[in-house]
Design a protein around this ligand. Structure first.
Ligand code: DCM
Length: 139
């Protein structure tokens, strides 16, 4: 198996997740699917499509899932390898316009550092907690 794949294939291999932090609180979204993840909370995001950069994917996913426009995209936390061979990466993004609405999730919640440690986060996102907390209040 080749170690490096072509660029478009790399992009399709990425799942992007957004850390939206306002006034020391992080936006979390409650999943509705699949059944084993329903009810758990995550950083909103999703799979990059073929040819999309991580930036493109973040902007599209957050428009679709939350109805907001975002910018930025500094990495935060470590890469998380997913069982299907994709890699999950978190990016810090800024809200440019709109107020987040749960268009594809059960609910949204803004959490401080203490609440982030107590909420039922999807397993893949748990490793990011220490890095995220550095930007949050209340811990
Ligand atoms: N995923 C995750 N944590 C996130 C966002 C996504 O673990 N913050 C995972 C769940 C799926 C895959 O990435 O395995 C694709 O996400 P989705 O089902 O939302 O398209």
């Amino acid at each position: 198996m080749p170690v490096e794949r072509a660029r478009p294939a790399d992009h399709t291999g990425e799942v992007v997740a957004a850390a939206i932090i306002v006034d020391g609180r992080l936006l979390l979204a409650q999943r509705t699917r699949p059944p084993e993840l329903a009810g758990q909370w995550e950083l909103p995001g999703g799979k990059a499509e073929a040819g999309e950069t991580a930036d493109d994917a973040l902007r599209r996913e957050l428009r679709e899932e939350l109805g907001v426009e975002v910018s930025g995209g500094d990495r935060i936390g470590e890469d998380v390898p997913l069982p299907d061979g994709r890699v999950l990466r978190a990016y810090r993004v800024e809200l440019v316009s709109g107020t987040p609405v749960a268009l594809d999730h059960a609910e949204l919640r803004w959490v401080d550092g203490r609440e982030l440690g107590e909420i039922d986060l999807v397993g893949n996102d748990r490793g990011w907690v220490p890095d995220l907390r550095l930007h949050l209040k209340g811990w």
